[in-house]
Design a protein around this ligand. Sequence first.
Ligand code: TXA
Ligand code: MG
Length: 322
Amino acid sequence: MSNIDTQLLQPDALGLDQAVQILQAGGLVAMPTETVYGLAGDARNDHAVARIFAAKGRPHFNPLIVHVQDLEQAQKYAHFDTNAMALALAFWPGALTLVLPLRLESGLAPLVTAGLDTVALRVPSHQVARDLLAHFDGPLAAPSANPSGRISPTRVQHVVQGLWGRIDAILEGGAALVGVESTIIGLSYPPLLLRPGGVSAAQIEHVLNASLATIHPQSAIVAPGQLASHYAPNAAVRLGVMQPLVGEIWVGFGPDCGGAALNLSPSADLAEAAANLFHLMREADLLAKGQASIAFAPIPSHGLGAAINDRLSRSAAPRPRC
Ligand code: TXA
Ligand code: MG
């Protein structure tokens, strides 16, 4: 499936109109968000959702995040308890996804939740995503706009490289400012950190006034997208490296990585490193030319460092052989 005539749309009135028409007809539009670019389709339309899975080559058991305009819209699709309300009020619009009990009468395509009785909801803050949601006036299912298992897209050219010819349109929106995906919280008891992301666990615990539980990496997959190998470049990846091997592409962090080919943040700023992460992973992969390995310097694990280290360890995990 790689013969669709993909259009590149500007985020102006004309481009947004075209994007909405495509979505209403069950088509797929890649849209910018503040975390990563998303591949959007009408979350009420089974056919559109099925096309998202097909375009990404994504395993069908993996449910998608539903993007909505605001908390009021979100409440049409899920039940919010006190904790969910507190988190939505504190962090929406923004890089937080809440997994909540699905409303029976939600009208969402069953494929979007992969048959679960919960739904993942997010209100993005990127202006273009907000404009698109306002014009479309409905829920948009949107996983990251990359082939399944590969590096997430933070710039329009990443989407072009991964999905050109497989989707109907790409709405332009510049480089993603956060650069790692949203934090996913399951609102079970106790609240569960399903994926570290753009909002730190400490920020969330502060609002909840409680500790988050975490899932053991080897446990049954609760957030089904949390497969071990993910975000994979072509090259092999080594982590925590301050002394790279000869010929290895070294990606530094902080001022002490003078010999590094690339640096996630020369000033050791974790927000800058998150924003650069997926782009520099791609750059390093190009420099490695399919031969050398990529070595990342150690990243502190506090704040956004948890999300960065999560993505890095998945990029270094053994790859499935299919
Ligand atoms: O920042 C983001 O979250 C981006 C942008 C586009 O919004 N989206 C994104 O979507 O990262 P995706 O599909 O790549 O990741 C969604 C994650 C997966 O790990 C999936 O398994 C999990 O959310 N998920 C979705 N619905 C779920 C549910 N009902 N229960 C548990 N996990 C769920
Ligand atoms: Mg993804």
